[in-house]
Design a protein around this ligand. Structure first.
Ligand code: SF4
Ligand code: SF4
Length: 65
């Protein structure tokens, strides 16, 4: 498993789905049509979603567990 995973700033996410479209691991779901949610177990920390978000709301964080 990668040492990093993607984390979404859900307070500012507009649920556009751009991040979800580019994820090679299908690790992102748009929850309740309101915000993007990353499945940490699937995410491999590639960073594609972070580069795609038009508002730069996704950051890669080092896993703590
Ligand atoms: S970092 Fe890569 S694998 Fe993880 S959610 Fe983003 S696009 Fe998907
Ligand atoms: S690309 Fe950014 S704004 Fe769009 S759903 Fe993903 S995190 Fe939210």
């Amino acid at each position: 498993m990668s040492k990093k995973h993607a984390v979404v700033d859900i307070a500012n996410c507009v649920a556009c789905g751009c991040c979800k479209k580019v994820c090679p691991k299908e690790a992102i779901a748009v929850a309740f049509g309101v915000y993007a949610k990353v499945d940490g177990a699937r995410c491999v920390g590639c960073g594609k979603c972070a580069r795609e978000c038009p508002a730069s709301l996704i950051r890669l964080e080092v896993r703590t567990a």
